[in-house]
Design a protein around this ligand. Structure first.
Ligand SMILES: [Zn+2]
Ligand SMILES: [Zn+2]
Length: 334
């Protein structure tokens, strides 16, 4: 099969992605093979390509927003049959036996394997995965539309769940990329008021269009205190800023994988049972729940589709947030 691999980590402009021909993978017992129709391009792929994250296997096929059609099944497979739609997120495998898995926290499993990092991902014609870690997908959406559900959708949904908010409460979103775009729509659907804080005029407009209750910049004064908020920019000094806008008992969720130094020099910012929690990976439950809720609402996302050969360009654009909405590779014409 044709696949894009990363063998040597370097800046995306120096083309760390290499197009190669590798043997077609086949499913073992309990596994399914997905003919990849589309795969979303994530900022994390750029982190792996450039070396911000170490390579866990070399070479590796990146890509963890996989959607396609099951075209081969291994012995004993029960949840999928040939011809079914299937999706794969960042969580490719969790052991089910470590203390985190036993506590229902497979997203921080000690033996977890991540798609496009520990195992080959979706910048390829086929992907093989344990059927228990594949998700069923709705039939009435295009594959291009479904691909970003697998990462910005599911991870955004987990971040939202971590705020613990429910109907009538107030949510703040700092930064308005693809994840926040999905969260805003889910939160509005659930009757939550949403306040969007972003620098970009383009994003302010997009948030207004999608029904945000208030949109402003970091310098603008919020009209209310927030019951929960999610911070996306990896800028540590914004943590104290976001805390200062949080109501008593509120929860601040930190989205980034890495951040510049975080300094909270005033205990008042934490006093009155304010919480801070970071988002780490996703679970299968997050995937199932997000797909269920996104299927019910006419969830919107601006998508820039690239042909399979356009992967290097898609990665460069994503690395510098120059893509329109979110970037998706179309692997197979359907
Ligand atoms: Zn991702
Ligand atoms: Zn585990």
């Amino acid at each position: 099969m044709k696949a894009w691999i990363i063998e040597e980590q370097k800046p995306v402009e120096k083309y760390p992605l290499k197009l190669v021909e590798i043997p077609d993978p086949h499913p073992g017992p309990g596994q399914i093979r997905i003919k990849v129709v589309a795969c979303g391009v994530c900022r994390t792929d750029a982190h792996i390509a450039e070396g911000d994250l170490p390579l866990h296997k070399r070479p590796v096929v990146p890509g963890h927003e996989i959607v396609g059609i099951v075209d081969e099944i291994g012995e004993g497979v029960k949840r999928f049959k040939i011809g079914d739609r299937a999706g794969v997120t960042w969580l490719n495998y969790a052991c089910g036996t470590c203390k985190y898995c036993r506590a229902g926290k497979e997203n921080i499993c000690e033996n977890a394997k991540f798609t496009g990092w520990d195992v080959d991902g979706g910048y390829a014609e086929y992907h093989v995965v344990d059927e228990r870690f594949a998700l069923h997908l709705p039939e009435d959406r295009s594959f291009e539309e479904l691909a970003p559900w697998m990462c910005p959708g599911v991870a955004g949904y987990r971040a939202f769940k971590l705020t613990g908010l429910s109907k009538g409460q107030k949510l703040g979103l700092y930064g308005f990329g693809p994840s926040a775009t999905y969260i805003l729509q889910v939160a509005k659907h659930l009757g939550i008021e949403v306040f969007v804080i972003t620098r970009s005029e383009k994003n302010k407009e997009a948030a207004m269009k999608l029904g945000a209750d208030w949109v402003g910049g970091y310098e603008d004064k919020l009209p209310v205190k927030l019951d929960g908020s999610i911070l996306f920019p990896p800028v540590g000094k914004l943590v104290a800023f976001a805390l200062s806008q949080l109501d008593k008992g509120g929860r601040l969720v930190l989205g980034p994988v890495t951040m510049t130094p975080v300094v909270i020099d005033d205990y008042d910012l934490l006093w009155h049972e304010r919480h801070i929690v970071s988002l780490a990976n996703v679970s299968r439950e997050d995937g199932k729940e997000f797909i269920e809720i996104a299927s019910k609402i006419d969830i919107k996302m601006d998508i820039e589709v690239f042909p399979f050969e356009g992967a290097p360009e898609a990665l460069i654009k994503t690395r510098h947030s120059k893509q329109r909405g979110t970037a998706v590779l179309k692997i197979v014409e359907t």
